[in-house]
Design a protein around this ligand. Structure first.
Ligand code: URA
Ligand code: SF4
Length: 213
């Protein structure tokens, strides 16, 4: 029988020693820290400057990200880029990554539908996120949605209750959480989506204020 520790999925043994962002980005392609590598096209690592003051964490790559190999290049990324431009955040100041590096999905005919990562998968993948944070050491971490917030703040964190507020972390003076931009895409009612987009902008407007402080 295997020991318990061996059965807990973790990326830890795939993390290179003395990592740099390029070393991590290469090594993540070999990660078998949980089962999600089995069906995804490739791992999608974070991108952006190693000295970025803002570090944004999404949930996991989506269909487009999985195919192209870059974070936030699909529909959710387009909303994010638009929102950042509207609140006046220069995209070159932002490192973007995800809590989970492989796309988890269910197949419906030819379509691949996003599936939520389990707590065990989020924990398994956290060493990659922590390694990125150790290098970037941002001024401000921005969690987009509950998965990112859970990964860094634990399961008692509630985005609905705690969004827009600032928290201290091991890696940065400040952490801010808001909803995931994909949530806006899933809202069928236009008025509600417009209101939620305004609230999303209000949360993101904390970023330029923090950068100026
Ligand atoms: N949603 C995410 O959380 N991350 C991406 O990279 C794309 C969509
Ligand atoms: Fe490794 Fe994360 Fe991919 Fe799981 S999701 S195999 S832990 S990189």
């Amino acid at each position: 029988m295997k020991a318990m520790a061996e059965q807990t999925p973790s990326a830890r043994e795939w993390i290179p020693s003395n990592p740099t962002l390029p070393k991590l980005a290469a090594a993540v392609q070999r990660c078998h820290g949980c089962d999600l590598y089995r069906h995804a096209t490739q791992a999608v690592f974070g991108e952006g400057p190693a000295n970025a003051p803002v570090f944004m964490v999404g949930e996991q790559p989506g269909d487009q990200e999985d195919r192209q190999g870059h974070p936030f290049v699909g529909p959710a990324g387009r909303i994010l880029d638009k929102a950042l431009a509207e609140v006046g955040v220069d995209r070159s100041l932002v490192y973007v990554t995800n809590a989970v590096k492989h796309f988890k999905f269910e197949e419906r005919g030819k379509r691949r539908i996003h599936a939520r990562p389990r707590t065990a998968e989020i924990s398994a993948c956290r060493p990659w996120l922590e390694a990125e944070l150790e290098i970037v050491r941002p001024k401000l971490i921005v969690c987009l949605g509950a998965t990112a917030a859970q990964s860094l703040m634990g399961s008692s964190f509630r985005v609905t209750r705690d969004r827009g507020k600032l928290f201290e972390t091991r890696w940065s003076g400040r952490l801010l959480a808001t909803i995931h931009p994909s949530a806006l895409l899933r809202m069928p009612e236009r008025d509600r989506a417009a209101r939620e987009y305004e609230l999303f902008l209000a949360d993101l407007s904390v970023i330029p204020r923090e950068l100026a402080s």
